[in-house]
Design a protein around this ligand. Sequence first.
Ligand code: SF4
Length: 376
Amino acid sequence: MVLQKVSELGLYIHTPFCLSKCNYCDFPSWENSLQNKEEYISLLIDEINNRQAEFACKKAQSVYFGGGTPILLELADFDRIFSVIANNIDTGAEISIEANPTLSLTTEYLRGLKALGINRISFGLQAKQDNLLKLLGRKHDFNKLRDSVHAAYNAGIENINVDIMLGIPTQSIDDLTDTIASCIKLPIKHISCYGLIVEEGTLLKQNIDSGVYSLPPPEYERRMYYTARETLMENGFYHYEVSNFAKKGFECAHNLGTWKRKPYLGFGVAAASLIDRNTRRQNPATLKGYLKGEKPTYEKLSLEEEMFEYIMLGLRLFEGIKDEDFFNLYRVHILDVYGDKLKPSIEKGLVNITNGDIVLSLKGFDIMNTVLLDLI
Ligand code: SF4
């Protein structure tokens, strides 16, 4: 299976506003920050205008409005943003927006997004069960998610993703399969199924450290992952990346571009960019810093770092890494660089090599970090 829809240049636009902070979240998002919206959008627009040279006359094949909660912006706000990026977007580009099912989306709003060019929407469900949503600090229930999906679909945004989570404290395999079974009845094209990561500084971390909750044992989480994989594949969702499943033709072009290490330009607080494949730009990490005009940082990558990142990201894909693609970029074959280091993983059946292309086995996906550690 060759993935067709890879974005060659992606744009990422960050919206840092949230109505409340979820218990597990360490994303750059701030509650009670919406009063900064006007100032933030003006700075965002300035940033896009000032960085036109980075487009190097290329048009983006994907745009991703992430957050935070981008749907807290009004249509007029999006109108302002599109007025400065419209010329940088290719015809037929995938234009995605993240959406929180807590907010009821009106048909008028969704049609307005569609009219502006937004053609993909991603809802953060996480789980169907109210007790799990409460534990995560989410404010919606499954009915809200279902209504939002139908509203988006009826407004003409048919490329719909739902995020679900596994490995939540107290979550059972039955909870997970019930969540998946309910989601796949909806008109959705994509499911991201992520393992919960307990981040430092979050309320969830505090609750786990103090013994209020405990994480499921790793073997149980692995069983959850395999159950999710099997259920989704049986229902026509192709497993194309470690945590991502899609109906054929609905893989996320934006994320594929990232995993294939295509350039992307990120705008807004904490947004990262990969410029010319060899320079990383990082915008200020805090809203306060961004509003104050703090400068971004730049990091120039060595060729070794570039190649390692290419392998690290590419191995996430079920199609693996093509030696031809690697050679076209770096004028050297994968096995000439990593052949010796890959030997232990090949012997353990974690990596398969065919004509110089490298692909992780299913077992390899389970313990991907072991393979990557061998490569460092
Ligand atoms: S809605 Fe998303 S970005 Fe906002 S706090 Fe929750 S997880 Fe974080």
